[in-house]
Design a protein. Structure first.
Length: 690
């Protein structure tokens, strides 16, 4: 079997499982007694092991199996999680991630993990308290029962799965009647009668009717739901005369699924030729080989399990092509709308109106296809902060809010590294050491807030720490020493302008550069990356209180709703999501306060800006007008009024880059092509509010 066709799927699913393992391991570290989390971790590790073995990645499967052995001891309460176990598990996850990255890059996923495997084996053998029976024997007995599993229908599977989820014990029991028994049907009835007094038999094989009529050899099997312990049940069954043996295996959701797959494989083998992977793919152990056999027929599992898959993976390049095609369609739609209004043909107008409604719905779907929650980036940070805190001997509480906020996939793919750098800076040089925090009257635990939220047509991501903050004098002294600014220039700079010096290439305020980060080292790279995405980053800080890095990013890089306005002979587009309202104000309503023009808006004063003055439009001067149209725009909680000559109307516009031939213009985020072919500049409302 050619496994290359499954490689992309394997990589994607492996990354999903590794992320889940990291997240749940962090939860378990906070609550080591929660065996429910252990079960979830075990299932992810078990699935990852099976996939790796099926694909032939032996080192990956072997390491995951050793992790699985330790987790199995924990979930069976034969081992308690300790700090050194967590550390070893996290090292194992790091090694697995490196292997998957190697596979992604075209490698074979091989790595020297002998030291980690040795640590896992030491944990497994040193803490084993399960008596004289070794782990391998216990697994062999379980495998033996699984291989003879009773087939379940969808309803029975659902009942057992739900019972496990609700905390009940579910057993698969195989009972053997003595060969000398003269009334084996009666003995079987006595077993069922005893069991039904303290639980529920969900499925029996042979059927209950066949057992009553003694249409079975010596043994019968059943699925059983109860609250009793395995030892208690076994003792009760064996107390019935002429019962020779009773084998019990307690099922979790993973084992139940495994048994179902095993039955499906047995049923399908008559019609399905054995795939080549069974013979050729190397596996870490015998249990991996069992999974290899089951994997090709997993589709035969109960419908309930398969019904959960409601998503497909799509190459981002295909979405880019789709977006480009739709952008052209949108420009043509605008042209048709203009032609329809000019000709006055009712049939054409009705058809264009219907086309507009359909294309609007299509646009919403296309945009949503590209939108991804920032959680896909944020979810890797808790593990990173945990490791940094341990390395630096600090206590850090990472508080994440707004993880459901959505961004364009293109932006999501690029923003991860800048955020990693800002977070590492916050932990390393923002938050003080424990002793420094105590001396400053702060709690031992430092807090780093990572938050995302929408504001107008942008998404803001903030990294805020409650550390020592940035001291103006120290920063300026370093900047002058490095020749970034002169003393005269520094004396005239505002606090915000001084903070922006952190983005100068190679600038650093760190007294000692660590291998973690130094506040300022590489921040020029961070800013250039964010700027290339059409965003911006600002810094606010209070000495002794903390620092806030605010990253502003465009919500999408493609299509937006905008208000078209005219100024002289030029047309401009204002993103609709940044507009609070439009209005007309009298010239005498504009007031001059401390050299700044202001107007009253909803019982408060807001700045008044003339677009003609900002851009120097030669053939229009709104000072000659007795009244003027304004657009009230916002950035977060701050508002401003922008004066324009005339409102044209609302339209869907396609964002186009200004290209590399024109320099960046403050207040302009791009351009668009209107229905008549004219180019209109798109205003950046956030640049007008500072």
């Amino acid at each position: 079997m050619d496994m290359n066709q499954y490689l992309s799927m394997f990589i994607d699913e492996s990354n999903d499982h590794l992320q889940s393992l990291n997240e749940n391991m962090l939860q378990l570290e906070s609550n080591p007694e929660d065996l429910g989390i252990v079960q979830v971790i075990f299932r992810s590790a078990h699935t990852l092991k099976g996939m790796a073995a099926t694909m032939g990645f032996e080192d990956l499967a072997s390491l995951t199996h050793k992790m699985e052995n330790v987790l199995d001891l924990v979930r069976n309460e034969k081992l308690k999680m300790q700090d050194y176990i967590f550390d070893t598990m996290f090292k194992s996850l790091d090694a697995l991630e490196n292997m998957v990255q190697d596979i992604t890059g075209g490698g074979e996923g091989k790595a020297d993990v002998s030291s980690i495997v040795a640590s896992l084996q030491a944990i497994e053998s040193g803490e084993w308290t399960g008596g004289s029976a070794p782990v391998a024997q216990a697994e062999t007995q379980s495998d033996s029962l699984i291989s003879n599993a009773v087939e379940l229908d969808e309803y029975q599977y659902s009942v057992l799965d739900q019972s496990i989820a609700e905390g009940h014990r579910v057993f698969y029991i195989d009972v053997l009647v003595s060969e000398h028994s003269q009334l084996k049907g009666v003995r079987a009835y006595m077993v069922f009668d005893m069991l039904e007094r303290s639980g529920e038999v969900v499925k029996a094989f042979p059927s209950v009717q066949d057992i009553e009529q003694e249409k079975f050899e010596r043994n019968f099997s059943l699925y059983y739901i109860t609250t009793k312990e395995a030892q208690e049940l076994e003792k009760a069954i064996l107390s019935i005369s002429e019962i020779e043996s009773a084998k019990l295996i307690q099922l979790d959701q993973e084992t139940l699924q495994q048994m179902t797959n095993q039955v499906a494989a047995t049923v399908a083998v008559e019609d399905t030729p054995a795939p080549a992977v069974e013979k050729d793919a190397p596996a870490a152990d015998s249990s991996s080989q069992e999974e290899i056999k089951a994997a090709p027929v997993k589709a035969a599992a109960p419908k309930q399990a398969a019904a959960h898959s409601r998503t497909i993976r799509v190459d981002i390049e295909r979405l880019d092509v789709l977006m480009n095609l739709f952008s052209e369609l949108l420009i043509d739609r605008s042209r048709l709308e203009q032609l329809a209004s000019e000709t006055g043909n009712n049939d054409l107008s009705d058809t264009v109106a219907h086309l507009s409604r359909v294309s609007t719905d299509l646009q919403n779907i296309v945009l949503k296809l590209r939108m991804v929650p920032v959680d896909t980036v944020f979810n890797r940070f808790p593990r990173m902060i945990r490791d940094l805190a341990k390395t630096l001997d600090k206590k850090i509480d990472l508080v994440i809010t707004g993880a459901e906020t959505e961004l364009d996939r293109t932006v999501i793919d690029e923003i991860g590294d800048p955020l990693v750098h800002l977070l590492r800076n916050a932990v390393d040089h923002g938050v003080e050491s424990i002793s420094e925090r105590i001396a400053a009257g702060k709690p031992e635990m430092g807090t780093v807030n990572l938050r995302a939220f929408h504001s107008g047509n942008h998404v803001f991501i903030e990294i805020e720490d409650d550390g020592k903050g940035i001291y103006r004098d120290k920063l300026l002294k370093t900047a002058i020493k490095r020749g970034v600014v002169t003393e005269e220039q520094g004396a005239k700079m505002s606090d915000d302008e001084v903070n922006q010096l952190l983005f100068a290439p190679g600038f650093s305020t760190a007294d000692k550069i660590s291998d973690i980060s130094g506040r300022g080292v590489g921040l020029d790279v961070v800013k250039s990356k964010i700027t290339s995405l059409g965003g911006n980053v600002t810094i606010t800080s209070k000495p002794g209180k903390g620092t806030n890095f605010s990253v502003q990013l465009p919500l999408t890089l493609s299509i937006i709703a905008a208000m078209l306005v005219r100024l002289g002979s030029e047309k401009y587009a204002v993103p609709l999501s940044s507009i609070v309202e439009t209005a007309i104000v009298q010239r005498n309503q504009v007031r001059n306060i401390h050299g700044n023009k202001m107007i009253t808006f909803r019982e408060s004063l807001i700045p008044y800006l003339s677009l003609s003055e900002v851009f120097g439009v030669p053939d229009f001067n709104d000072a000659d007008e007795q009244e003027t149209e304004i657009v009230v725009i916002r950035k977060g909680e701050r508002l401003a009024a922008v004066a324009v000559e005339e409102f044209i109307g609302q339209s869907e516009i396609v964002l186009k880059s200004m290209g590399t031939y024109l320099p960046a213009i403050e207040g302009i985020s791009g351009a668009t092509i209107l229905g008549d072919g004219q180019v209109a500049l798109i205003l950046d409302p956030n640049a007008f509010i500072k």
